[in-house]
Ligand binder design. Structure first.
Ligand SMILES: *Cc1c(COP(=O)(O)O)cnc(C)c1O
Length: 394
């Protein structure tokens, strides 16, 4: 098997993690098995003791899942990757591995909602403290550091503000205080940003989004920079049972092969959609890192290989206008999630954040007319025409 470690990213996307099987399969087969037989007692003993490489039980490891993990580790330049049942399984693995009673975590205030909810509603029960701040402001990070701060958890870009954190500078600052840096890289994918190369210790993904990219599975992964960190995280995934299923892994491997092509096309489309939206009279503002109007346009250019394909914007007509827009799109699908081949739209105030208090919405930067779009890989003229028609109805 070819070693693709030193080859280009597209080659790695297609081939990294491949292994030879008995039949010369062109793609990694689905090893849909819960357990693996040992040749004899000594073989079983060697596997359990780690003296020999191999598989024991699919919660601990499986060839199909392992192939995906190897691909992800190469893509993100990590020592190793750990596939999980979902993105939240990946987030939970990180929290459980790195935080103990009395510890403190600093997190981006625009972090993915459930990542904050499980911290504030559950980890608090076990005495973990958390602060939510604008991590794009290094001074705020510095001021938030406490003697018991163990983790700096960054999401960049973070929805819906699309604010960008300088991962390199934030990592340097955190490391001066012995703080571990974790980046949720879901919105960028390794095509646009490699957090471990920028100084982070751990990168994580909801594979549900760009990496799988076809809206047909839920999955997650954690990638560790060092062997020590990898072992720490893997023990938690295995122990708590956050493991992926082999069939899930097979689909993510298939999706990941076209990741670069999909990301490039989607962001070309997104740039055009963002320009269209910004020029529209019924829209108050558009947040997209590819637009010069984005407050951190320069930072995005430096840190990311491209602005991605997530856009948020505010309807001048507020809540009602948001609802009307949702009810008049036809091609652009009214659904949560992101990063798939199809364009999706959602109105947080009436959907994902409908049950959240006014204070909670304010903390998450959810305004009444806020709309979020994940631009897909369709012909962009069709996407723009659909939005144009729907905006006319508002
Ligand atoms: C979707 C998402 C998650 C959670 O992933 P699931 O696969 O839905 O569990 C975490 N972080 C970000 C940024 C996400 O978009």
């Amino acid at each position: 098997m070819k070693n693709v470690d030193e080859m280009g990213l597209n080659t790695q996307l297609v081939h990294a993690g491949d292994f030879e099987d008995a039949f010369g399969s062109a793609v990694t087969p689905i090893y849909q098995t819960s357990t693996f037989s040992f040749r004899n007692a000594a073989h079983g003993a060697d596997l359990f003791a780690g003296r020999e490489k191999g598989f024991i039980y699919s919660r601990i490891g499986n060839p199909t899942i392992g192939a995906l993990e190897d691909k992800l580790a190469v893509m993100e330049s990590g020592f190793g990757a750990i596939a999980c049942s979902s993105g939240m399984g990946a987030v939970s693995t990180v929290y459980l591995a790195l935080l103990s009673k009395g510890d403190h975590i600093i997190s981006s205030s625009a972090v993915y909602g459930p990542s904050r909810n499980i911290m504030e509603n559950h980890f608090v029960r076990w005495g973990v403290e958390s602060s939510y701040i604008d991590t794009s402001d290094l001074n705020l990070i510095r001021e938030s550091i406490r003697p018991n701060t163990k983790v700096l958890y960054i999401e960049s870009p973070a929805n819906p503000t699309m604010s960008i954190t300088d991962i390199k500078a934030a990592s340097e600052l955190a490391h001066q205080h012995g703080i571990i840096v974790v980046v949720d890289n879901t919105f960028s994918s390794p095509i646009l940003q490699k957090p471990l190369d920028l100084g982070a210790d751990v990168s994580l993904h909801s594979l549900t989004k760009y990496i799988n990219g076809h809206a047909d599975i839920v999955g997650g992964a954690v990638i560790a920079k060092t062997e020590e960190m990898y072992k720490k995280l893997r023990t938690i995934m295995v122990g708590f049972g956050f493991n992926m299923d082999p069939h899930q892994a097979y689909l993510v491997i298939r999706g990941a092969k076209t990741l670069a092509l999909r990301v490039e096309r989607a962001q070309q489309n997104a740039m055009k959609v963002a320009e269209f939206l910004e020029a529209h009279p019924k829209i108050a503002w558009v947040k997209y890192p590819g637009l010069k109007s984005h407050p951190q346009y320069e930072m995005a250019q430096q840190q990311m290989k491209g602005p991605g394909s997530m856009i948020s914007f505010e309807m001048k007509g507020g809540y009602e206008a948001g609802i009307e827009l949702m009810n008049n799109v036809h091609l652009v699908m009214l659904a949560v999630s992101l990063g798939g081949v199809e364009s999706l739209i959602q109105h947080p105030a009436s959907m994902t954040h409908a049950g959240v208090s006014d204070e909670g919405k304010k903390a998450a930067f959810i305004t009444e007319g806020l709309v979020r779009v994940s631009v897909g890989i369709e012909d962009v003229e069709d996407v723009i025409n659909d939005l144009k028609h729907a905006l006319e109805q508002v």
